[in-house]
Design a protein. Structure first.
Lengths: 325, 721
């Protein structure tokens, strides 16, 4: 297994390099360093000299990928790509184009993202599995049909509607929780109730249907029939046998998203003024801050690779038949 | 016995349940403000709650240049001058200075000239400024000294820096007196290439020695500039300094009221340049130090920023004079009282308008703008067209303040373009016709909810030279009818088109409808109605308008290269002087030829001559006349279709006092007063939680559960069978 993990980590390097090059090319196809400078310098009194000075101070006066005027290895190293990319692999994200340290910002902003995403995931999982099991329990009855219709309706509604509707109903009409905001420590609880509730509610439609499919697949298998033949009740069959075996796809599905929880949710964070990483990237794209965009894309890729690796490992833990080699 | 015990238990459980329900219902009656987003108690302090939607990029006064940055730094830093809070037209008044600057004119030999000297004889102008003694900086770690008088935190070790999470982790603070040298130091900072001040390139044209200094210190650390002198800027004594500028530039004094010219202690750069602090985001850009009424107590731009009253703020009192009517409005009630009135200002990050608006209505924000989504909820128009608050807003005691901003939005023509540009009579008539056809009154009504005033020329109301009434209208576009300006009939525009050679909008070269191109960054689906509106305006003349949508960067490139034909652009005044608007059409500022702010590349020698004459004059009859001549020239040449001056609408709760819009000053916070008792009372009244729908939801849930339980039991029985 150790060999497998090392091999996967080594595989990740060319993958990350590819992502990095792609981000770099896509970004600079749309924005030139001059554009970035003008965006940062504002609209008034911006002269060519000021643009040149900005680029020079931040190292954007170099060629993008190949420095024809340099000698030897510097043809490659004296470029914006090299100068801005090497540090990433050491997790040195550097300073944003507006002058803030990106690592410090990420460290600060990942916790609020996690504070929303983790309870949403756990509570959502419990709620979705419970409802899915209930629907399987009442399969082929009017309750299941009604449940499926309800799920489809819930899935059809935009998440933005849940957010605005939730804020209006619970925050404005009932006045039970703050409409938006965030605070540190335990004070964060009252701000998290509404986004978590909305996050869970908006995911019920798709989540319940997905888990119902998994459970229905299991419930028709031979071992379930055997369990029933032994005289077990339907609830015992479902909760002790079906749930356990259906946990393999559930668990692997959950593990893959675990690292990405740090990355946050754009709309949720924006509407609830939660200072997470979700809006960090979009703000950076809007302000053409390449340093942040590059760092966040890289971080997202690394976390995704970790997620996939954890998924493989979790397979071996929940299913003894799987061996990593 | 057992059944009796069981029954008793059952009764006890039921009682407990009823008690819980009663408690919940009771708390529904007495509970209050569960939705209060502020965790901390105000503790008897007067706290103002504001919001910000975008985190400020810079808080260094040498770099900051946008309104969301000025909202903070103008309360912290103090340039020598400020705008009078109440007087109109806008008037400069000393802030840290003892009086208005002494201005001396010099010839090329450095000899003093009379104040009436010809502009051509004036080679230099000296501004002599004297500041008040006894002004002290806010308590700050960078000024903390030990018993021996050594700065405690100027030589932090790597280990000490590693332990730092924020500037607040440095417990000792210190202060010192403000000196003229601090103002000189800040001007040197403006010139340092590493600081990248947005006005550095502009100031090179004015301040003597600025450019040379910039080159001299290019490779030096920021703090090293302290002992290097700039020829044009000198501290004459601890409280007096001199700025020497090239020629005569009367508008320079307005720059002295902007945060760029605030004082900066040299200790700031020495402290913040220590290696490792930048990695912790501990920089001057994020932890300012000033002499103003407030200090930045908490800087978390990702969530919240807090300004706290500066305990060392110098004596400054609320103005005792204003313009007529101010006294009647209660704006002089606090005259002579020490500023500021508010102890703490909490700025919360609020990115979306819907939660922001709802929190304002709940009383958790003291002021709000009006987004278009909420406009109808807040504002109604009377029969005469005046904007007033809706009944719902009036019931809450909300106040509406409106003001025409010192800005202009316009439809510009690229004067280098072969069709719409140039000085020919044909092109001029075409532009004039378009100016009549594009009905900006309609635009304001449709797209701005009536929040704007159609522009009659370059200068917005409130800026010297703006004329009201019949004399102030654009006679090429409007007629004066029944005491008001009325847009000319479209037939007049069609006639002009015919005179320009485009009879019925037909281009004689192609014998088809004249095609013009509108270059814009408005490419989203939300912009489509606006673009369709422009098409319709041009269609009135038979012109086919082609929208060339592009992203912001490409659009800027087109403008720089002169490849745009018609464009929509805007300008917001730096300072309240007509020069700051007319320079937008000054030939040597043409964008293509000189990279300046003359985006339409308008060139008119007569205009340039009058502009040069006007910009150096003091306000008076002669200047006013020249301004009207300049207006006439640009109205006739029509390099722009003068669009509109936006009108700002702001809402304030009834407890917000001393309210008067001041579009030039950014440091109004110190004049604001809050009636905290009224706010607490209203908040409690407006935010009582409502529990009964939860109870109903619970009952419905239980009712829904019953058939599920019955079905489940039936199924279990079926399985057993």
């Amino acid at each position: 297994m150790t060999q497998y993990i090392i091999r996967r980590i080594l595989y990740a390097f060319p993958l990350l390099m590819g992502v990095n090059i792609l981000t770099f090319v896509l970004f600079f196809v749309v924005n030139s360093p001059d554009d970035m400078a003008r965006m940062q310098l504002g609209q008034k009194h911006v002269t060519e000299k000021a643009v040149e000075n900005w680029k020079q101070q931040r190292g954007y006066d170099l060629p993008l990928l190949w420095n024809g005027k340099a000698e030897g290895e510097e043809k490659l190293t004296r470029t914006i790509f090299y100068q801005k990319s090497v540090g990433l692999f050491l997790f040195r994200f550097g300073v944003s184009d507006s002058g803030r340290n990106i690592s410090a910002d990420i460290q600060q902003r990942m916790w609020p993202s996690l504070a929303v995403a983790l309870p949403t995931l756990i509570v959502g999982l419990l709620v979705n599995i419970s409802f899915a099991l209930m629907m399987v329990l009442f399969r082929n009855s009017y309750l299941e049909h009604a449940g499926v219709v309800l799920c489809v309706i819930l899935m059809s509604v935009s998440s933005l509607f849940y957010i605005i509707g939730g804020q209006f109903l619970i925050g404005k009409l009932l006045r039970l929780v703050p409409i938006s905001g965030y605070d540190g420590g335990l004070s964060a609880l009252k701000f998290l109730i509404l986004p978590v509730l909305i996050g869970v509610f908006s995911g019920i439609g798709s989540g319940v249907r997905w888990y119902r499919t998994l459970f229905l697949e299991e419930v028709e298998k031979d071992y379930v029939r055997t369990a029933r033949a032994k005289g077990l009740t339907e609830t015992r069959t479902l909760f002790r046998h079906v749930l356990k075996n259906a946990m393999i796809p559930i668990l692997t599905g959950v593990v893959v998203v675990l690292p990405l929880l740090f990355m946050g949710s754009l709309i949720m964070e924006s509407f609830f003024s939660i200072p997470g990483l979700g809006s960090y990237t979009i703000d950076a794209i809007n302000s053409q801050d390449f340093a942040i965009v590059r760092a966040m894309v890289f971080l997202g890729s690394v976390l995704y690779v970790i997620g996939l690796l954890l998924t493989d490992i979790s397979y071996t833990l929940v299913d003894p038949r799987v061996r990593l080699s | 016995m057992f059944s009796l015990f069981s029954m008793k238990m059952h009764i006890d459980q039921s009682r407990t349940l009823v008690l819980i329900l009663l408690t919940v219902l009771l708390s529904a009656c007495v509970g209050s403000e569960l939705n209060n987003p502020y965790a901390q108690e105000e503790g008897g302090q007067s706290v103002l709650y504001e919001s910000f939607s975008e985190r400020p990029k810079h808080l260094d006064p040498a770099v900051a240049y946008s309104s969301n940055e000025y909202a903070f730094i103008a309360q912290i830093y103090e340039p020598p001058y400020q705008y009078h809070y109440l007087k109109r037209p806008y008037e400069l008044t000393p802030l840290t200075a003892t009086g208005m600057p002494e201005i001396e004119y010099l010839n090329s030999k450095g000899e003093k000239l009379a104040s009436t000297a010809n502009d051509s004889d004036i080679a230099y102008t000296d501004y002599l400024l004297e500041i008040q003694p006894g002004i002290r900086y806010q308590p700050h770690p960078i000024l903390a000294k030990d018993a021996q008088g050594e700065y405690i935190y100027h030589h932090l070790t790597g280990e000490q820096i590693d332990r730092l999470g924020s500037l607040q982790d440095l417990p000792e603070t210190g202060s010192r007196e403000l000196t003229a040298e601090d103002y000189v130091y800040q001007i040197k900072r403006l010139a340092h290439p590493k600081i990248q001040s947005p006005i550095a390139e502009l100031m090179k044209n004015y301040i003597i020695g600025f450019d040379d200094f910039s080159k001299q210190v290019a490779n030096k650390q920021k703090f090293e500039i302290k002992d290097i002198s700039m020829t044009g800027v000198t501290a004459l004594s601890p409280y007096k300094y001199r700025i020497r500028i090239k020629g005569k530039y009367p508008q320079f004094i307005f720059w002295l009221a902007m945060p760029f010219f605030s004082p900066m202690p040299w200790e700031a750069d020495v402290f913040y340049e220590q290696p490792g602090l930048n990695d912790k985001n501990i920089t001057l850009d994020w932890f300012p130090i000033g002499t103003g009424p407030y200090l930045l107590a908490e800087n978390n731009p990702n969530r919240r920023m807090i300004l706290q009253r500066n305990p060392l703020f110098h004596p400054e009192t609320y103005p005792s004079e204003g313009e007529p009517g101010d006294k009647e409005k209660g704006l002089l009630a606090d005259a002579g009282k020490q500023l500021p009135f508010i102890d703490k200002v909490v700025y919360m990050l609020e990115k979306e308008t819907i939660p922001y608006w709802n929190k304002f209505l709940q009383g958790y924000y003291d002021a709000s703008g009006i987004a278009s989504d909420n406009f109808d909820q807040a504002i109604q128009f009377t029969g005469s067209g005046a904007a007033t608050l809706t009944e719902a807003m009036k019931e809450k005691g909300i106040q509406l303040e409106t003001a025409v901003t010192t800005s202009i939005f316009y439809l510009g023509f690229n004067m280098l373009d072969a069709t719409v540009g140039g000085d020919s009579e044909k092109a001029r008539k075409l532009r004039q016709a378009i100016a009549i056809a594009v009905d900006y009154e309609e635009y304001i009504a449709i797209f701005a909810n009536g929040r704007g005033v159609a522009a009659q020329g370059l200068i917005p109301p409130g800026i010297y030279g703006h004329a009201e009434g019949k004399d102030g209208i654009n006679p090429y576009v409007y007629d004066w009818v029944n005491g008001k300006a009325q847009r000319k009939n479209i037939e007049v525009a069609k006639r002009l088109m015919a005179e320009a050679g485009y009879q019925g909008g037909v281009d004689p070269k192609t014998r088809q409808a004249l095609i013009l191109y509108f270059d814009t960054t408005s490419v989203s689906i939300d912009d489509r109605p606006r673009m369709n509106w422009y098409r319709k305006q041009f269609e009135k003349l038979g012109i086919k308008l082609v929208i060339r949508g592009t992203d912001y960067n490409r659009f800027q490139q087109k403008m720089r290269d002169g490849n745009a034909q018609i464009f929509f652009w805007g300008w917001n005044a730096d300072y309240p002087d007509p020069e700051n608007f007319f320079f937008l059409l000054y030939g040597p500022n043409a964008k293509v030829a000189h990279g300046g702010e003359n985006a339409g590349n308008y060139q008119n020698p007569e205009f340039d001559r009058l502009f040069e004459q006007m910009r150096n004059m003091g306000n008076g009859e002669q200047r006013y006349r020249i301004i009207q001549n300049l207006q006439e020239l640009v109205r006739r040449d029509a390099p722009w279709v003068f669009g509109f001056h936006p009108k700002s609408f702001s809402l304030y709760h009834g407890w917000y006092k001393n309210l008067k819009p001041n579009l030039m000053a950014n440091n109004q916070l110190k004049y604001t007063r809050i009636d905290t008792a009224e706010r607490a009372e209203k908040r409690a009244e407006w935010n009582k939680p409502v529990y009964w729908p939860l109870l109903i939801a619970f009952v419905v849930f239980v009712l829904l559960l019953i058939p599920a339980i019955l079905a489940y039991r039936r199924r279990i029985r079926e399985t057993i069978q």
